[in-house]
Unconditional design. Structure first.
Length: 387
């Protein structure tokens, strides 16, 4: 069986999307599918490649163009590829930039279609590009809905996301939830660092996108410092605007000596960063990206698997993964005072930290592995191919 897998994401890269794609590739190849992945090129990676046993073609980009122009170019390149290589059994896509045309042509080329919904531009792009035209976002939503309704099957990472997709008129039976996962060989429990005579570290890993709620962590830090010396480490990719806003907020609060902001690191370096930390934070903000669209934050699962005390925003997408006061402490979304209170509870109670960390690790490594996700994906493919 020949599979075309398309993704408007650089692979490999430090982003969670890349991690997800790589594990999906591994599952498909291990199931003896002939997989061809098409992604954009960052100008450094080879045009033709092999990853996880799958053939990879990377589409060149003009990086001087804006995001939308590059997305449209990618969609046209995928369509051109399909015109000369139409013999696929399943076409699996992650967005509507190329997915809409792929779904529209399924009868012509006689393949099945699978839409993997992790994030939707109509909801997410305004956080990256605050000046984007509202009417353009409405047009994107129309295209997303068309892609969803034309697809033979849909997968998504959370119940919240499935509920949103169903609210758009898609038959809930066509939507399968496949949570993200962790690799036990990369993320495994290690003892918590001894806190005697050292300043504890609070760690955030992820993008600097506005929906991540980093501003709440920064606002909470002075309240924590009133009671306990700590260092906040922020590691992640962000646009120039996002980095400038973060730096300005840190300066305004006078906490420069207590915060370190680093660019994103390769994924294989993340376990060491987590192992050096005392508390890991997932401060997801109260916004439509997290509450309406939904997500399954890979960072949460990696923190858990590595057995670090987790402090996370109390919202449905988090509660799908953790049990409050069993695997993590949860704080009221967008509430820096509650975040500070819960952080101090962990800093002042080492036994509590150990108990939560151990429980979280056991949960992640039994219920949320990439192997489990791959098995769920294979069931979707099996059903799709016999329908």
């Amino acid at each position: 069986m020949k599979i075309l897998y398309t993704a408007f994401d650089i692979v490999p890269s430090p982003k969670g999307a890349s991690t997800h794609i790589l594990h999906n590739l591994r599952g498909l190849v291990n199931a003896d599918f002939d997989v061809h992945l098409i992604t954009p090129n960052d100008g450094l990676l080879p045009t033709e490649d092999t990853i996880e046993g799958a053939r990879v073609t990377r589409i060149s980009q003009d990086l001087s163009q804006n995001f939308l122009a590059r997305a449209v170019h990618f969609g046209k390149a995928v369509a051109a590829h399909l015109a000369i290589s139409p013999d696929y059994d399943v076409v699996h896509y992650r967005n509507m930039w190329d997915g809409l045309a792929l779904a529209q042509n399924k009868k012509r080329f006689r393949y099945k279609t699978l839409f993997e919904v992790n994030g939707l531009p109509s909801i997410e792009l305004k956080y990256h590009y605050p000046g984007i035209d509202h009417d353009l976002l409405l047009k994107f939503k129309e295209q997303e809905m068309a892609t969803l309704h034309l697809s033979d099957s849909v997968i998504c990472p959370s119940h919240v996301t499935r509920d949103y997709i169903a609210s758009l008129g898609v038959d809930r039976k066509l939507v399968t939830i496949i949570p993200n996962g962790v690799s036990p060989s990369d993320f495994y429990p290690s003892p918590l660092p001894n806190r005697d005579g050292r300043v504890p570290t609070l760690l955030y890993i992820g993008t600097l996108a506005d929906w991540q709620g980093l501003d709440v962590v920064v606002k909470a830090l002075p309240k924590i410092l009133e009671r306990q010396a700590v260092q906040l480490h922020i590691v992640g990719r962000g646009r120039s605007r996002q980095r400038k806003m973060l730096a300005k907020q840190i300066r305004k609060l006078g906490i420069e000596n207590h915060v370190t902001v680093r660019p994103a690191v390769p994924h294989h370096e993340i376990p060491a960063l987590i192992a050096e930390s005392d508390i890991c934070i997932a401060p997801l903000g109260l916004n439509d990206r997290n509450v309406t669209q939904g997500a399954c934050p890979i960072k949460v699962l990696e923190y858990m698997a590595a057995a670090r005390p987790l402090l996370a925003s109390n919202m449905p997408i988090v509660r799908e993964l953790v049990r409050e006061d069993v695997d993590a402490l949860l704080f009221s979304p967008s509430d820096p005072e509650d975040l500070a209170r819960q952080a101090l509870a962990l800093l002042n109670d080492f036994e509590l930290s150990q108990r939560l960390a151990q429980s979280a690790s056991e949960r992640a490594l039994t219920k949320f592995t990439w192997h489990e996700s791959q098995k769920k994906l294979m069931k979707v493919y099996e059903k799709l191919l016999v329908s």
